[in-house]
Design a protein around this ligand. Structure first.
Ligand code: FES
Length: 344
């Protein structure tokens, strides 16, 4: 039977049990959220001599892998492990919600103030922790890093959050002004690089998947991006679409930025001006027949992102030029709708 040693205590793993599950069963409080290897909140560190399953390090940087970091929710070891907390990756920043703005009946823009310098790239994501019970959710960054903020001893960030009825964390975040929070991150590689300056950019997002794209758009423009930028924002319902006015101001001021908003299907929706209807990928294929050498950013549910990735690959995009920030779904109690979150 495989054993793990954690805080000087040995625990035996049941067959097919993950390290996270064994530690939780053993009464330890281990940060975790998705249990799917996405949020990286359950990261732990094994002794350098330990043999970790490769699958437990998926998504970690090679430098982290070499140091023995692993995702405990994915780790089903076949040999004994000695485990410690990954303090240096799990540094928690203290933050506070300073404003909440209702953008549509269900989408909110939250601004948070983080103590100290918190350098990040728009489009990356953070883990937000509710101090009272350590509940964690991941959200993408819609703002761009203000290099001057450090002189002011704090960093401001903006998140776009969809509130779901019964959504434990989103309801709290969207209602509790001035609430203290803890933050870890930033994480993810879905962000603009100045090396993309001459490339055309395709930004496609669904719902609050606009958040990282809006940040990426601002980052590109503030970096003097030269290529064209095509932003497509899609939703299921009109209230999924927000920031149209803000983006139209940007397109008015930047002749190389193009913007289209649309809804997946037309039924029941009437009299909506300036919206397109139908499948976003099909429309893009028609409008941009070849995506060779484009840099592509996709933000939405995992299914939508994967489908778009396949389609755009067939349209000539190199897979290494496609950056994605996929949502996944939180299971919350039956009879209430599901809550989604965004991760990188
Ligand atoms: S809980 Fe392990 S990666 Fe999210």
């Amino acid at each position: 039977m495989t054993k793990i040693t954690y805080k000087n205590q040995k625990l035996s793993l049941k067959e097919d049990q993950t390290v996270l599950n064994a530690l939780l069963e053993g009464g330890y409080s281990i940060s975790h959220a998705c249990e799917q290897g996405v949020c990286q909140s359950c990261i732990l560190k094994a002794s350098p001599s330990n043999d970790l399953p490769k699958t437990s390090q998926i998504g970690l940087k090679s430098t982290q892998q070499e140091q023995g970091y692993f995702l405990s929710c994915l780790c089903k070891p076949t040999t004994d492990l000695e485990i410690t907390d990954a303090e240096d990756l799990g540094v928690k920043f203290q933050g506070e919600i300073i404003s909440t703005l209702k953008l549509t009946p269900s989408v909110y823009a939250l601004r948070l103030k983080i103590e100290g310098d918190f350098p990040y790239k728009a489009g990356q994501y953070i883990n937000l922790i509710r101090p009272s019970d350590q509940t964690i959710r991941s959200y993408s960054l819609a703002s761009i890093y203000d290099k001057n903020s450090y002189q002011q001893k704090y960093t401001e960030i903006e998140l776009h959050i969809k509130a779901f009825p019964g959504g434990e964390m989103s309801s709290w975040l969207c209602s509790d002004i001035k609430a203290p929070t803890q933050i870890t991150g930033p994480m993810g590689d879905c962000f603009y690089s100045s090396s993309f300056k001459g490339n055309d950019l395709l930004l496609l997002g669904w719902g609050t998947g606009l958040a990282p794209l809006y940040g990426i758009l601002q980052e590109a423009l503030s970096s003097g991006h030269k290529g064209n930028i095509h932003l497509y924002h899609w939703g299921n319902e009109p209230e999924d679409l927000y920031f149209q006015k803000e983006i139209n101001i940007i397109t008015d001021q930047n002749s190389h930025v193009f913007y289209k908003a649309g809804l997946q299907c037309e039924n029941k929706i009437k009299n909506l001006k300036n919206l397109m209807f139908g499948d976003a990928c099909a429309l893009i294929q028609k409008e941009i027949p070849s995506l060779k050498d484009w840099k592509i950013f996709l933000c939405g549910s995992e299914a939508k992102v994967n489908k778009a990735r396949r389609i755009f690959y067939l349209s000539g995009a190199d897979l290494s030029d496609i950056y994605a920030d996929a949502f996944f779904t939180w299971q919350i109690p039956e009879s209430t709708p599901k809550e989604e979150k965004i991760t990188g």
